[in-house]
Design a protein around this ligand. Structure first.
Ligand code: PLP
Length: 438
């Protein structure tokens, strides 16, 4: 099929995520390798967002493809009550890799299911029902996860599961809890403690956070936030659930983002990079006391595809590749290279308001000629649409949303490829400078 046939066929008979079917203009992709995707006609496109920040080892790695084929030939599916070798091996390996005593896994098909099961585990374990989450967050598109989610995608899915109490992040969008990290943390947690008091701590099972916020702005927590948050929640017997669906598996320059902050959450949720998205797999991992509870009490949850052999074998091979190619260390090193490019473009282009990255988890935010955000929260600006078109016309795939654009390439990216991507970005920013008159 050529590009036109693929696009028309998909548009005629499928629905699209977060979009009006009539408005979408999908990329027709025939194959992908490394950091590149190719259209049927052979146009090469740089994947500067690892798809949904998830193809961490790059596209089409031959070792993973071979391992997947081996598993297909060996065993594909048995019901979740059966025990399999890939299940035994991957769970043991994750238990050894995860911080502290996070050593018991429940496998799902993706991130939302991991969070759904974390809600269940937290409620069953604590006997409490409310869940705290933050406004600048995304936790998945299932019914309960949409309610945990703070960002505007929630609004069209309300009302949903009751009992979710959303709170401000330490860094809200256009408001500050203070001038220094110490002030921000102290003020945010004082505010949070007051909310916990009003809600009744005896009713709150858990608080969900993205360790490093992803789609809502690549926001690493302020210095000191995570240990202080953990201590505050512990004071009230509230579990901390760290959603590392997006920021886990090397993206931030550590295998798990919590490793930057010296905190062991009670539950961690994983997906995306776990299989580099080569096959659907998510995971909820719990600490020893919670695991003990579910050894002695029923876990009232289940999925037909819980612990599916193809996903598990894929994850094992992806973890092999990450180790052999030292991709976590590479993400940390290439994060510095990316920071250098961003700083150079900030010095050159008046339209660059700010930029940040932790490892290869990065974003650039833009401003108008008066130094105001180029677009408000959940808003847009013609210059952002022009920038998105420039990226598309010049063979760079990434997400342009509100006042920023994402920089999340596969962790295998090298210096020359990074320079090539930033050359396209540089020209795009010149266009924005002209459009906003900077
Ligand atoms: C932080 C976070 N949590 C959960 C999810 C949901 O994962 P999935 O789409 O695999 O259900 C996502 C997806 O983008 C995510 O970024």
């Amino acid at each position: 099929m050529n590009s036109r046939e693929i696009i028309e066929g998909c548009k005629d008979h499928t629905m699209w995520s977060w979009a009006k079917g009539n408005d979408v203009s999908p990329l027709p992709i025939a194959r992908a390798e490394g950091i590149y995707m190719y259209t049927p006609e052979g146009e090469r496109i740089i994947d500067f967002n690892s798809q949904l920040m998830s193809v961490n080892i790059g596209h089409g790695h031959p070792k993973v493809r071979a391992a997947m084929k081996r598993q297909i030939d060996e065993l594909l599916y048995v019901y979740p009550g059966a025990a399999t070798a890939p299940r035994a091996r991957l769970a043991k390996r994750l238990a050894a890799m995860l911080p502290g005593d996070l050593d018991t896994c429940f496998f799902t098909l993706g991130g939302a299911e991991a969070n759904e099961n974390a809600i269940k585990a937290a409620r069953l374990y604590t006997g409490r029902h409310k869940i705290l989450s933050r406004y600048r967050s995304y936790h998945g598109a299932t019914n309960a996860c949409m309610q945990l989610t703070g960002d505007p995608r929630r609004l069209f899915n309300e009302p949903g599961m009751p009992g979710v109490v959303r709170v401000m992040d330490p860094q809200p969008y256009d408001y500050s809890f203070g001038a220094t990290d110490a002030e921000r943390v102290a003020n945010n947690l004082r505010y949070l403690e007051e909310i916990i008091t009003y809600e009744g701590p005896q009713t709150i099972a858990a608080m969900f956070i993205e360790t490093v916020t992803g789609t809502n702005g690549i926001l690493p927590p302020p210095e000191g936030y995570l240990p202080a948050l953990k201590a505050l929640l512990e004071k009230y017997g509230i579990l901390l659930v760290c959603d590392e669906v997006m920021c886990g598996f090397g993206r931030t320059g550590k295998m798990f983002a919590v490793e930057h902050y010296g905190v062991v959450p009670d539950i961690i949720t994983l997906a995306k990079g776990l299989t580099s998205s080569y096959a659907p797999l998510g995971c909820m991992a719990v600490r020893a006391p919670i695991a003990k509870h579910f050894a002695e009490n029923v876990f009232w949850g289940g999925l037909t595809y819980n612990a599916h052999c193809l996903g598990l074998a894929t994850a094992e091979a992806v973890l092999d590749v990450m180790e052999e190619e030292k991709l976590v260390e590479r993400a940390a090193r290439m994060g510095e290279v990316m920071h250098g490019h961003m700083a150079r473009l900030k010095a050159k282009h008046p339209c660059v308001r700010t930029h940040r990255n932790l490892g290869l988890f990065g974003i650039v935010k833009l401003q108008d000629r008066d130094g105001n955000r180029i677009a408000p929260y959940n808003g847009t600006h013609p210059a952002m649409a022009a920038l998105a078109k420039h990226f598309r016309d010049n063979g760079l795939f990434t997400f342009v949303r509100w006042d920023g654009f994402m920089c999340n390439p596969p962790l295998i990216i090298d210096e020359a490829q990074m320079a090539e991507a930033f050359e396209i970005i540089d020209r795009g920013l010149t266009l924005v400078d002209q459009l906003v008159g900077g």
